[in-house]
Ligand binder design. Structure first.
Ligand code: FAD
Length: 309
């Protein structure tokens, strides 16, 4: 009975962190230190991105091994299939399996930048999910990406929903969404996907705000809307990074509160951008974690999987 929670009294929210693969060995070491510190915050899992086409794939595998087996963090490995031959996919999955990793975020990946056709053996994320299920049965929990404001390559909302349903029908276990700031749209999207029979857990992707320029650039790159009240607060203070982070934390925390009250989610997934302070500030504001002493080292100028972010 003590485990039972009514909707008026939901269980405490859980959270997770995304990290991307750094470009230098020093960056990797810094990230391991950061992951080790963030372990103490008690995330449910962390995930490590995959560079489309398999660039630095062995580093993703190595980091998954270290996070899962050495640091003891429940780890999810991203895996994209654009420009990936089946042998490379097999190698990546085998290494993940050997590391004790049981979670894969199965993705297509962005198309080649030069506009050429992918030379990979799988066309869509759905094909990759089917393959993983065929080869590994239920060993892996498989996550998929979803886009509450649509995917840049597809204009039809109905088709975007249909393709998400297809990914679920072939074996996805959970959804992680693209970053967004428009909570009302997210909530209505959740209703729509539930209506078409997508019943797996929905994990909202939360991008903390650390500088005004990065906030606007990432929203533009991801083709997501910035609600007017975000701009009203942040635009006048855009040159003061400290204030932007303070006010940005308030705005994103309000957004998270609304998400957690929506009844659709009980877990927040943070795009950390390999930094910790902005994410920690949100978790503290939400009272999900105890206040943490600020870490001096919040640097990290490495490039994420999407260079233009
Ligand atoms: P899919 O679901 O395959 O969709 C791709 C496109 O094809 C969409 O436009 C869709 O509408 C369309 N489509 C799907 N199925 C069909 C079908 N049956 N017929 C016709 N059209 C169809 N990228 C990386 O390179 N590395 C990462 O680590 C990474 N992590 C990410 C994590 C999250 C949470 C998210 C949201 C995205 C991530 N991405 C990453 C980006 C992702 O790879 C791109 O957004 C990519 O363009 C789409 O991937 P997908 O898995 O959603 O593809």
């Amino acid at each position: 009975l003590s485990q039972a929670h009514s909707s008026a009294n939901p269980p405490p929210a859980t959270f997770s962190f995304e990290f991307f693969v750094p470009k230098t060995s020093q960056g990797v070491q810094n990230l391991y230190d950061r992951m080790d510190r963030m372990y103490d915050l008690n995330p449910i899992f962390i995930d490590i991105t995959w560079n489309a086409g398999g660039r630095s794939s062995s580093l993703t595998n190595e980091m998954v091994y270290t996070a899962q087996s050495t640091l003891g963090l429940e780890t999810c490995m991203h895996l994209t299939c654009t420009n990936m031959k089946v042998e490379l996919i097999d190698e990546a999955l085998h290494k993940a399996f050997e590391s004790g990793c049981q979670n894969i975020l199965a993705l297509r990946g962005d198309p080649p930048l030069d506009g050429s056709e992918s030379t990979g053996d799988f066309k869509y994320a759905k094909d990759l999910i089917e393959y993983i299920r065929r080869k590994y049965g239920d060993h892996f929990n498989i996550g998929v990406a979803a886009y509450p404001e649509g995917h840049p390559e597809e204009d039809s909302e109905a088709k975007t929903l249909e393709y998400l349903k297809e990914k679920c029908d072939v074996g996805a276990d959970f959804i992680i969404t693209q970053m967004f700031y428009d909570v009302d749209n997210f909530i209505s999207w959740c209703s729509k996907i539930r209506k078409i029979g997508v019943n797996i857990p929905i994990i909202p992707g939360i991008m903390p705000i650390s500088t005004y320029a990065a906030f606007v650039r990432r929203a533009k790159w991801s083709q997501i809307a910035i609600p007017p009240h975000f701009l009203e607060v942040l635009e006048p203070i855009k040159d003061d990074d400290y204030l932007v982070r303070e006010k940005g934390t308030e705005l994103v925390s309000q957004m998270c509160t609304k998400l957690l009250q929506s009844g659709f989610v009980n877990h927040l997934h943070f795009y950390t951008m390999n930094l910790e302070r902005a994410t920690i500030m949100i978790l503290e504001t939400l009272n999900i974690i105890e206040p943490v002493k600020a870490h001096e080292n919040t640097g990290g100028d490495e490039l994420p999987w999407r260079k233009s972010l």
